[in-house]
Design a protein around this ligand. Structure first.
Ligand SMILES: Nc1nc2c(ncn2[C@@H]2O[C@H](COP(=O)(O)OP(=O)(O)OP(=O)(O)O)[C@@H](O)[C@H]2O)c(=O)[nH]1
Ligand SMILES: [Mg+2]
Ligand SMILES: [Zn+2]
Length: 293
């Protein structure tokens, strides 16, 4: 059986990487369903230019985003790690970071935070950055400070990536693609090979793409987002992503307490005591409020 991994998917068309590193353009049969980046697939074809995907192997996990219309959109599959990239510029958004941590936990994929553009930092981290890191620190998530400009921290980051398949996520402009450029030595050749395999007129650089790391793992570059909606997650999934708040929430008088005006709210009691910051609760409540009913 011919098998490989989808490194980029354009709806009906996929670029599949074989175990030997060859890139193949494959069409998806109607009954097979749509592929996404990271899918392990089986393919066949009568001719080298008429390959089709026959089967998508069961996904270990699927990273799903809810778009602005409330529709769930799968982005990538079979991930081992979620790398949340932020930087002093653009200004970090604490709510966005919290959302990525919730998403990672819901997928049972460990998160890792990368502060890129370390060359722009002087001494201590800016207050807004520290606020954004509250959630990461609450769950002992590793935090790497790196710079793609001077190379600082990249060796340690490579160690942490190991043989895993990691997705780089974060705001637009934080340097996800720059990191890929530094960590994938033959990135330009790969991009060239991808666009040749996919035919002309494809905007391959804006699509979610999997790159093989020299050590054997993979890195997925994904387009930046302004906000990450997680309306598809349950109340419990969202709360579990706030490990500093979850133990208090378990002691609220009402199940699925919104930690607003409900009586007997143990979370508000913890805020009054100063155990949890108001910013963290506001972040949690925002997510709970926008869930699809
Ligand atoms: N000073 C500094 N600038 C950097 C660093 N890394 C990336 N940049 C700059 O940040 C800008 C954005 O980098 P990209 O790699 O395109 O960011 P991205 O996260 O891929 O953005 P999207 O693809 O839009 O989501 C570019 O102008 C880079 O030159 C760094 O370590 N230090
Ligand atoms: Mg990019
Ligand atoms: Zn409560």
């Amino acid at each position: 059986m011919n098998h490989g991994q989808v490194i980029i998917s354009f709806g009906a068309e996929s670029i599949v990487e074989t175990p030997a590193g060859e890139l193949l353009r494959c069409l998806t049969r109607r009954r097979t369903g749509r592929t996404i980046c990271g899918d392990m697939v089986e393919w066949s074809g009568p001719l080298p230019d008429q390959l089709a995907i026959d089967r998508i192997q069961p996904r270990r996990n699927t990273l799903v985003r809810t778009n602005y219309r409330g529709q769930e959109r799968p982005l990538a599959a079979n991930l081992d790690q979620l790398v949340v990239v932020c930087a002093p510029e653009p200004t970090p958004d604490p709510r966005l970071l919290d959302r990525y941590l919730v998403l990672a936990r819901s997928l049972d994929v460990p998160p890792l935070v990368v502060i890129n553009k370390g060359d722009l930092l002087t001494g201590t981290l800016p207050t807004r950055m520290e606020t954004a890191l509250l959630g990461a620190r609450a769950q002992d998530c590793p935090i790497h400070i790196v710079s793609t400009v001077n190379g600082a921290g990249l060796d340690a980051l490579t160690q942490s990536l190991g043989h895993r398949t990691s997705l780089l996520a974060g705001q637009s402009g934080v340097g996800k693609s720059s990191l890929i450029n530094r960590l994938i030595p033959d990135r330009q050749a790969r991009t060239q090979a991808i666009s040749e395999a996919s035919g002309q007129g494809r905007h391959t650089t804006t699509e979610t793409t999997l790159y093989r790391l020299p050590a054997g793992g993979g890195l997925v570059d994904s387009p930046g987002v302004r906000m990450l909606r997680l309306a598809h997650l349950s109340h419990a999934d969202i709360e579990a992503g706030f490990p500093d708040i979850a133990p208090h929430a378990d002691r609220c008088e009402f199940r699925d307490c919104g930690h607003g005006v409900e009586p007997g709210c143990a979370v508000r009691a913890a805020i009054a005591k100063g155990t949890i910051t108001a910013e963290r609760l506001a972040s949690l409540r925002e997510l709970l409020a926008e869930r699809n009913a």
